[in-house]
Design a protein around this ligand. Structure first.
Ligand code: CMP
Length: 140
């Protein structure tokens, strides 16, 4: 199995409810290692840049407003098949469709305020990690 890195974001709906530790425990209990992490407040420009691929979607404006509504935790998770593994741990985008025991099923408030983001492929993981972290912040 390949050791990968993926970009994870704990979203404002989760930081507001003080769920950072519980969500991080899910990652660690599943064998993923948090190799970089910081708590930041996104500007509207930064949120729009990060989600630019969704620019034409009806939910884009509300998504970016939500992502700026409070602090987020941006983090890099590492482990065997980390990209797919993290998506399994998160569950489906819409918490109503997420499997039992997943983060979104247990914590998300709605399809938009769905507590976590995770990269969906190796190319996007590399792009998303470099959006928030410099080489100096990435150990190993
Ligand atoms: P995320 O995995 O961060 O990727 C895009 C985000 O857009 C998604 O999680 C949700 O927070 C948000 N979103 C809001 N509405 C929708 C929708 N109808 N379909 C997909 N994503 C949505």
């Amino acid at each position: 199995m390949a050791v990968e890195r993926t970009l994870s974001i704990i979203k404002p709906d989760a930081t507001r409810r003080n769920l950072t530790g519980q969500i991080n425990a899910r990652f660690e209990e599943s064998g993923l290692r948090i190799v970089a992490q910081k708590r930041i407040q996104l500007t509207k420009d930064q949120a729009e840049g990060f989600y630019a691929v969704h620019r034409e979607r009806a939910f884009f404006g509300e998504l970016c407003d939500m992502m700026c509504s409070g602090p987020v935790i941006v983090q890099v998770l590492e482990g065997d098949n980390a990209i797919t593994r993290n998506r399994e741990i998160m569950g489906a985008t819409n918490p109503a469709n997420a499997d039992e025991g997943t983060i979104r099923r247990d914590f998300a408030e709605s399809i938009e305020a769905n507590s976590v983001h995770g990269s969906d492929a190796p190319e996007t993981a590399a792009e998303e990690i470099s959006y928030y972290f410099s080489q100096l912040e990435l150990v190993g």
